[in-house]
Design a protein around this ligand. Structure first.
Ligand SMILES: [Zn+2]
Ligand SMILES: [Zn+2]
Length: 177
C-alpha cells in the first residue's frame, strides 16, 4: 500500500493522480490474517500535503456471533485522510512535525503508505456481531447444538422470554388466588 508521491508533491495545488489498487497480501484481521485488498485511490495535492481518498474492498475472516460458524465479512472502506510530508520536496530539509501525533505522514523518501489508515478504517468497519445469516438460530445454550442444522430436545422454557413472561403471569395468578 505504498505510493511514491514525489512527482505529485512537486505539482501545483489541485493536481491529482489516480490508481487502481490491488494488493494480495494485506493484514485483514486483528489477529494478523492476510488477504487481498482491491479498489481505487485518488491523490490530491493540497496546500499542506496530499489528500488521499480511497475506496477499498476486502474480505475479513470472522465467526458468526450466534452459532460460531466461520464466515467472511465483506468490508468496503472509504478512506479520506490528508498526509503531510516530513521533508520539503524542493530543498530536502526536514519539515516541522505536525502537532497532532495522529497525522498521517509521507516519509523522507516521499512514500505515502496507506497501511495504517487501512488498519484504522478496517477496525472501525468490522461488525461487532457478525451473523452468518440475519435469522441465524444460534447454538442451544444447554447442549451446544447448532440450531440452524437441527433442533434438539433440550427444555427451552427458561431461555425463551415469551415463556418466562407467561410463567410470571401464571405465578401472579396463583398469588391472587
Ligand atoms: Zn450463525
Ligand atoms: Zn440442546
Amino acid at each position: 500500500m505504498r505510493f511514491h508521491v514525489a512527482e505529485l508533491l512537486k505539482n501545483a495545488i489541485g493536481a491529482t493522480s489516480s490508481y487502481e489498487v490491488y494488493e494480495a497480501d494485506v493484514v485483514v484481521t486483528d489477529d494478523g490474517s492476510r488477504g487481498p485488498v482491491e479498489g481505487t485511490l485518488s491523490l490530491l495535492r493540497t496546500k499542506s500535503g496530499i489528500l488521499a481518498r480511497a475506496t477499498l474492498r476486502l474480505h475479513q475472516p470472522n465467526v458468526c456471533s450466534r452459532c460460531l460458524t466461520p464466515l467472511e465479512v465483506p468490508l468496503e472502506l472509504h478512506i479520506e485522510e490528508e498526509y503531510q510530508p516530513t521533508v520539503d520536496i524542493l530543498t530536502g530539509a526536514a519539515r516541522p512535525r505536525p502537532e497532532d501525533p495522529g497525522t498521517f505522514l509521507i516519509d523522507e523518501h516521499h512514500i505515502l503508505d496507506l497501511t495504517e489508515a487501512v488498519h484504522q478504517y478496517r477496525v472501525l468497519a468490522t461488525p461487532m456481531q457478525p451473523l452468518c445469516r440475519p435469522d441465524c438460530a444460534g447454538l442451544c445454550p444447554v447442549c451446544g447444538q447448532n440450531l440452524n442444522d437441527t433442533s434438539c430436545a433440550c427444555p427451552r422454557d427458561e431461555y425463551d422470554p415469551r415463556w418466562s413472561a407467561l410463567a410470571k403471569l401464571a405465578q401472579s395468578d396463583s398469588e391472587d388466588n
